[in-house]
Design a protein around this ligand. Sequence first.
Ligand code: CDP
Length: 235
Amino acid sequence: MRADGRKVDELRKPLRLKVGVLNEATGSAYLEWGGNRIIVGVFGPKDAPPHFTRPDRATLRVDYKMATFSSKEEHGRSAPSRRSIEISKVLRDALSRIVMLEKYPGSQIDIHILVLQAEGGTRVASFYAAVAALIAAGIPMRTRGFGVSAGKVNDEVVLDLSKEEDNLGQADIPVCMDLEGNVLLFQLDGKVKPEELKKAFELIQGKKDFFDKMLREEFEKFYSGELDYDFRVKA
Ligand code: CDP
């Protein structure tokens, strides 16, 4: 039994996704997942400055930040940390594999991720919210995707670690995947045996349909919304 009473493969609640939350962004999403509160704004495609220009494809930029009030640890910090630079990079690499960057040569797409409140698993939650925001921006994607972390706590392989489980557990394994079953991001903090890793991937893959259904349902709601006077779809 886990500290918060969840089953091994049970995700934290609430788990809610909303798209179209920022007026000035090309596409946006807000995700509540357990204690995490994450907002993502996608801007562009727009012309890239000369030093960023790629003649064959768009340049994707990802900026992951934690708000100064997002957790006790972050309190008062405003400069980017080594951790936020690393997370921005691994998210950019993962998202680059599913965004059809070749559709926009010479341009730039910016993804701004702000963690308003953090409670473990923010990089995988940010990936999922960024996928939603990219779709809302109308940017062509090869496929959709989702992220969730697995881990080892009290010698048991469990899904969706809370912050407490992350801190006290024996391993934290954040993973992002696409719908074709490809692993796009995989990190490991701690130690696990190969058979435990296999179990972790089984638990992660078992949530693919759940996450994609949540995404599709939110877009069905978004596109069936009322049209307001300037023809923007009301969220
Ligand atoms: O958030 P994620 O699990 O992807 O990254 P982590 O580095 O494993 O951090 C786990 C959790 O610790 C975060 O989600 C935050 O709740 C907390 N943390 C924080 O509040 N401030 C930091 N500078 C680093 C971590």
